[in-house]
Design a protein around this ligand. Structure first.
Ligand code: AMP
Length: 284
């Protein structure tokens, strides 16, 4: 029989585990996920385990962060495989609630973060960050971890989470996990599985083109010019559309005219029906 990481499905059971660990003086970490775990997710488990004694991985495909016509129904649900993968990591417990546990009848609250969630993914996916902020707030309050980790893969999401955790005085350290890539540099993502072999090959050009943008920007090319050059290169490589390629302040995500401190390029390009996200540090 293969080992499975133990799982609980209710907030009460999760809290009972956390309470027992705390009684033993142990530090607790939380890794929120939607499952379909890949090496990017597992790297978050390894990274947070260096800071805490017990790691909880939540697996919940959160309906409220998917828009009309997005892939909520098609999103891969692979809990048993996920728990098998986690059995080989420092994870102690999976928290896998169902929809009714997270959103019982009568649920009527919403966490909305203005400013930092307005542009980019917030503009492309109305309501997405409200869904993320609300579910992550709930997960943080359900588990009350010392540390919670989120991947730089979803760079704007990380910034939104940092914002509301600070604004709402949630007593948790928000940790950033490095963006993990496949061998050809494509950012690891559950949605890469939607790509056919030809699309997958084109997708491998995304990070190559962004690396060129970073190099151009660091050499002093005008930032708008680097963005336009990268957009043209993506379309020439076979991407169907480019939603945005934007150089922003690494903390506020405000678009920059010139480089004066830590910056980041945020980009989304589409192949077929798949939106691929990537980002890279500039001048780090
Ligand atoms: P998801 O299951 O897609 O909601 O992702 C759960 C967490 O894993 C989020 O904090 C993501 O940013 C993070 N994550 C997803 N892919 C990667 C990756 N390639 N590298 C690092 N973190 C990732």
């Amino acid at each position: 029989m293969t080992d499975l990481c133990p799982a609980v499905r209710t907030v009460a059971d999760l809290r009972a585990h956390v309470k027992a660990w705390r009684a033993d003086g142990l530090k607790v970490g939380l890794v929120p996920t939607m499952g379909a775990l890949h090496h990017g997710h597992l790297s978050l488990v390894e990274a947070i385990a260096e800071k805490v004694d017990r790691v909880v991985v939540s697996i919940f495909v959160n309906p409220t962060q998917f828009g009309e016509g997005e892939d909520f129904d098609a999103y891969p649900r692979t809990e048993e495989t996920d728990r098998t993968k986690l059995a080989g990591t420092p994870a102690s417990l999976v928290f896998a609630p169902n929809g009714a546990e997270m959103y019982p009848a009568g649920f009527a609250s919403n966490i909305s973060v203005s400013g930092i969630s307005d542009r980019f993914e917030g503009a492309a996916r109305p309501g997405h960050f409200d869904g993320v902020a609300t579910v992550v707030t709930k997960l943080l309050l359900q588990c009350l971890p010392d540390v919670a980790i989120f991947g730089e893969k979803d760079y704007q999401q990380l910034a939104v989470i940092r914002r509301f955790a600070t604004d709402l005085d949630i007593p948790v350290e928000i940790m950033a996990g490095t963006l993990i890539r496949e061998n050809d540099g494509l950012a690891a993502s559950s949605r890469n599985a939607y790509l056919n072999p030809q699309e997958r090959e084109i997708a491998g050009q995304f990070n190559v083109i962004l690396k060129q943008l970073v190099s151009d920007a660091e050499k002093g090319m005008a930032l708008r010019k680097t963005e336009a050059k990268a957009t043209d290169a993506l379309l020439a490589a076979g991407f169907k559309a480019v939603d945005y390629v934007s150089i922003v302040d690494a903390d506020t995500l405000e678009p920059l005219e010139t480089l004066s401190g830590p910056a980041r390029v945020l980009a989304v390009a589409r192949i077929g029906s798949v939106r691929l996200l990537d980002n890279m540090a500039i001048g780090a």
